[in-house]
Design a protein around this ligand. Structure first.
Ligand code: SF4
Length: 182
């Protein structure tokens, strides 16, 4: 019997570096992004040659960086490669980290078609003042737009990232953010 496997895929590209970020991420040209994705697909094939017979994939998490900053065609191509190389549980969870300002309706529909069934949206705060301090590329309005489009595209499993303890963030600010998200 095959054992359960979870796969994490790291996409180390972002539109710009946030002020506080220690993650392995940076802006890169479309050419570099394409080269990286092709190397990733090569690695998927190499790993599959070792593990695919013994395991069934239950979850896939595509994180970063900002995976939604790369072309949806390339990203979906990489997911197809995973499906080709591994047995992936049809009921499994396939998540992608998504930042407002890097997706539109078309991209979200492509993700759903590729089998992604969970979004993790990096909101961080509903206050534009704090988003500016963090150096985020989005404002709250853009988050709302992204969330609405995600629902329309059929995502019914959405996680929202928030940050607490930020410089200049009061307890009331954080409570308001929680209330708005709820
Ligand atoms: S979007 Fe996330 S990974 Fe990218 S620079 Fe900002 S905090 Fe870092």
């Amino acid at each position: 019997m095959k054992r359960a496997l979870s796969i994490y895929i790291h996409i180390p590209f972002c539109v710009k570096k946030c002020a506080y970020c220690d993650f392995l991420s940076a802006p890169a040209s479309p050419e570099i992004q394409e080269q990286y994705l092709h190397m990733l697909m090569q690695e998927i094939r190499q790993k599959a040659a070792i593990y695919a017979d013994k395991y069934i994939v239950k979850t896939i998490f595509i994180g970063g960086g900002t995976p939604t900053a790369v072309s949806a065609e390339l990203l979906c191509c990489m997911i197809e490669e995973l499906y080709r190389q591994f047995s992936v549980d049809k009921a499994g969870e396939i998540s992608i980290e998504c930042n407002p300002g890097t997706v539109d309706a078309c991209k979200l529909i492509q993700y759903r078609k590729a089998g992604i069934n969970r979004l993790s949206i990096g909101l961080q705060s509903t206050l534009d003042r704090l988003l500016r301090i963090l150096g985020r590329i989005h404002n709250y309005e853009q988050f709302l737009e992204t969330f609405k489009e995600a629902r329309k595209a059929g995502f019914d499993n959405i996680n929202i990232d928030l940050m607490s303890g930020l410089p200049g963030q009061s307890l009331a600010d954080y409570r308001n953010t929680l209330q708005q998200v709820l």
